[in-house]
Design a protein around this ligand. Structure first.
Ligand SMILES: Cc1ncc(COP(=O)(O)O)c(C=O)c1O
Length: 512
């Protein structure tokens, strides 16, 4: 690029600025055409108030001469800026800068900022909700290392079979596979899910009460949108599932975290005149993350509470397929005669985490609105995947796959329990360390004494190649200290060596 030539316009701030910019193109300008680059630079000059509103631009001829480019490069640039509303043509002649952003800080203000001012990743500020999400302590501990929850052993997934079902669906080449689908999801899948949850979880439902979503977060979002108003009170398990808390609080609901015990969350005792919560989020079959199960008596208490006070119970049955001892408790929904329970299920823990198929079972009378709203807000998901999953379920493969997983996970759970008991016998004997989760689910929950900094232990563990999520990150008001260790993704033979890497850290923390 030629060096700036002195012209009769020298001294014009815009020309000086453009000449400088011209000689020092920004990285994102490299390789762009001259006209496009000039348009971009002039936009910046106007937005940064190098030229103030109402300022008359140099003529196209004068600017072309100053920048040593052809005038017919400059003319379309002015036209483009006029079309975009950056400049207007004057009544007689001349082109003038528009008043665009009265509150934009003048460019000069930038130079006066203290040099040590922290550099924001983006000049845009997060909302309060955004900050709440961004600052959640869980982010620090989420990894892809062994024992981190949310991971599964895909070597156990019947890829060939799944591919065959997928190919068969693709061969059908049914245009519906490429469509948005019916509100509520693929009818075949809704039917297969209804059959499955009726048989295995005692859920009462017809297929049209099943609404397919792309994850539990979306299911909860839908419930919050349709069933709650900002300011309504929501009762939450404490500690509890952080994503549910996040979604519900993002809807402006008043969160009321309430401590869980070994049997999950008890119904609240209302003070005279106190309004009952609009909604209670519950994981009765395997409280997340402490691993307690709610006995029948408490379930009936909840159902009576809901019927008396009009509270909606949101039952998240996220990993109910995994029970290793005795018969599973049937769902709360199946025990409800008053239509007060919305049941949530997911396939991310049984099929594969990326499948993004989850579902709600809504009470009779709500299904039409839920299906339509789901379609309007989020669309109906991947129809091909839904068809394949429907075949997988209807042909008995899903039940067989879950049986395989259940057998394997039972072994992994035992291996983890055994390895912990062997590595930390004194700590268990003195009860400074205990396993509080029951024989279900895909993680163990270890409780630690209150004074232990579980986050410090978890940080050390990550540095040693093992991820244990500190229990305290799931707690809101209560004080729970401990670690959550998932055994789902780690084959039996690898469990003991990994526990051996973690054990000295726990021993040291408990000895301090
Ligand atoms: C309590 C709870 N519910 C639901 C889920 C599953 O969520 P999704 O369906 O989005 O995979 C999880 C996953 O960790 C969970 O812990």
């Amino acid at each position: 690029m030629p060096s700036p030539a002195p012209t009769h316009l020298a001294g014009d701030a815009l020309v000086d600025w453009l000449q400088h910019a011209w000689a020092h193109p920004a990285p994102d300008e490299a390789g762009t055409q001259i006209g496009a680059r000039l348009t971009q630079q002039m936009r910046r000059a106007i937005l940064e108030r190098v030229v103030p509103p109402a300022h008359r631009l140099p003529s196209t001829r004068a600017l072309a001469r100053a920048l040593r480019i052809a005038r017919n490069t400059v003319v379309p640039v002015y036209e483009q800026l006029r079309a975009e509303g950056f400049v207007v043509a004057g009544q007689g002649s001349g082109t003038y800068v528009c008043r665009i952003a009265p509150d934009a800080p003048p460019a000069a203000a930038k130079a006066t900022e203290p040099a040590e001012a922290p550099r924001a990743a983006s000049p845009l500020a997060f909302s309060r909700r955004g900050r709440r999400y961004h600052s959640h302590p869980l982010h620090e501990f989420w990894t892809r290392q062994p024992f981190c929850p949310g991971q599964f052993d895909l070597a156990l997934f019947p890829f060939r079979l799944w591919n065959r079902l997928q190919q068969r669906q693709l061969r059908r080449a049914d245009p519906i596979q490429l469509e948005q689908g019916e509100p509520g999801g693929a009818p075949e899948l809704r039917e297969a899910i209804a059959d499955h949850v009726r048989a295995t979880r005692g859920v009462h439902c017809a297929p049209d009460q099943v609404i397919i979503t792309d994850g539990t977060g979306e299911s909860i979002d839908l419930v919050a949108r349709l069933m709650c108003d900002p300011g309504d009170t929501v009762l939450l398990e404490d500690p509890g599932y952080w994503a549910a808390t996040q979604v519900l609080s993002d809807h402006g609901l008043r969160l009321r975290p309430s401590p869980v015990d070994a049997h999950g969350l008890p119904p609240p005792v209302l003070r005279p005149g106190e309004r009952a919560p609009r909604l209670a989020y519950l994981t009765p079959s395997n409280q997340f993350p402490t691993g307690g199960a709610m006995p029948l008596a408490r379930r009936l208490e909840w159902l009576r509470f809901a019927a008396r006070h009009g509270t909606l119970l949101l039952e998240d049955d996220y990993d109910s397929e995994y029970r290793y001892e005795g018969a599973p408790f049937p769902s709360l929904q199946g025990q409800d005669a008053a239509g007060r329970v919305i049941y949530l299920g997911t396939f991310s823990k049984t099929v594969y985490p990326g499948i993004r198929v989850a579902f709600l079972v809504v009470p009779q009378g709500l299904q039409r609105v839920f299906a339509d709203a789901s379609a309007d807000f989020y669309r109906d998901g991947d129809q091909l995947v839904q068809q394949v999953l429907a075949d997988f379920m209807r042909e008995g493969h899903y039940a067989a796959h879950v049986r395989t997983l259940r057998r394997e996970y039972a072994l992994r759970r035992e291996a983890m329990l055994r390895a912990l008991a062997e590595a930390l016998p004194d700590e268990f004997a003195t009860r400074r360390l205990s396993v509080v989760s029951g024989a279900r689910g895909v993680h163990l929950t270890l409780a630690l004494p209150d004074e232990i900094d579980d986050r410090a232990v978890a940080r050390e563990a990550i540095a040693h190649g093992v991820t244990a999520i500190p229990l305290s990150v799931y707690a809101m008001r209560v004080r729970w200290r401990g670690l959550v260790l998932s055994f789902a993704a780690t084959p039996v033979a690898r469990i003991a060596p990994l526990v051996d890497a973690l054990a000295p850290l726990l021993r040291n923390a408990l000895a301090r």
